[in-house]
Design a protein around this ligand. Sequence first.
Ligand code: NAD
Length: 416
Amino acid sequence: METELNPWLAAETRFNRAATLLNMDEGLQKVLRTPSREITVYIPVLLDDGRLEVFTGYRVQHSIARGPGKGGIRFAPDVSLEEVRALASWMTWKCAVVNIPFGGAKGGVICDPSVLSQGELERITRRYTADIIEFLGPEKDVPAPDMNTNEQVMAWLMDTYSMHTRQTTTAVVTGKPLDLGGSRGRREATGRGCMIVALQALKRFDMTPENTRVVVQGFGNVGGMAANLMSKAGFKIISVIEHDGAVYNPNGLDIEALMKHARESGSVVDFAEAENMGRDEALLLECEILLPAAKENVITSVTAPKLRCKIVCEGANGPTTAVADDILKDKGIFVIPDILANAGGVTVSYFEWVQDRQGFFWNEELVNTRLEEIMVNAFHDLMAYREKHKVINRTAAYMLALDRVYFAIKLRGLYA
Ligand code: NAD
């Protein structure tokens, strides 16, 4: 089970499957398995109590074949180079699936933000940025928020970079506040992307939102936004599962009212217009769409055989294990894989970078229209690979991504 739950081994399994089916050259496989650059920095930071502490930070650029590196920076006590390395490669595939001109990168600092003051967080961010500065830039590597980092951290990063280069360079980072070159629609983008691809899947099965029951796991940024937008589009959200329990209403939950209840009480449970339910039970409810948007390893060899949905739309990163892929295939469940389903966020990050470089900002409608165009195209590209190679969606997504990166490398030629 431990091996099954290792997300890096899972990514490796999927890579291997796709590379073998594509008959990819061994040497090229080696190139794509290996990151192009890994940077480790030791960041001295003065704490509020006068002590000097040294934090470890990483930035891994997996591939820059299709464009500058792109990927978040996380602050967490258990960040490791191995984890950052795997996440960087994940970003390469995600950007390639939606066909945006970025490579893959990821960063992290080993620290516990829950015990750090704003001042300490700011000093960590600035020193980390300064120490990796020659590797960052709108044309080199463009970070974004990830676990425990937010708009404010991105604003500090942008400011530090700009102070060093002596010019305000908003396009060095995405996920910034709107007033500092952020994009409209970024906050909703990942949830909106989930809805867009879910609607495409429904078309394939001649289904309509009105007769589609959805179970959403995780009511945070991705799950909350997806549930809200899908509910407005007519989907029936019959259950929302959170870390402390689930709520269920077979007629569909009033998502805005549930959001208000969760804000006020700190939990989705005990919502007046629904019944409480156990988390595990809710995951196995009969529904058309299961939307895991909380964490990794939710659909495993244990839970997959018991699922009663038609479609899995992966809002979270890595919610399904590689072993469960085969079980879902046997059950005929249509999976919209994470590297497509949750790519709305990085797509609007791309729009933010474009707008910053143009110095011309789009209204929300334009952002959403262009997001839809990219997600719908990517969905159809994936379906074409599925049909051509007679593979499951996950494998098709990896094959599509690998092909695109491979093609870029081939066109550029290897400088060896
Ligand atoms: P978030 O912290 O805003 O929300 C996650 C929610 O899941 C929280 O409300 C948390 O309480 C809940 N949760 C935690 N454990 C749970 C459990 N066992 N059962 C049910 N609920 C549980 O995070 P987020 O930004 O919404 O990210 C969710 C997932 O989506 C992650 O896997 C993340 O990597 C992925 N993702 C996020 C984005 C983005 O733009 N935010 C983009 C791509 C992928």
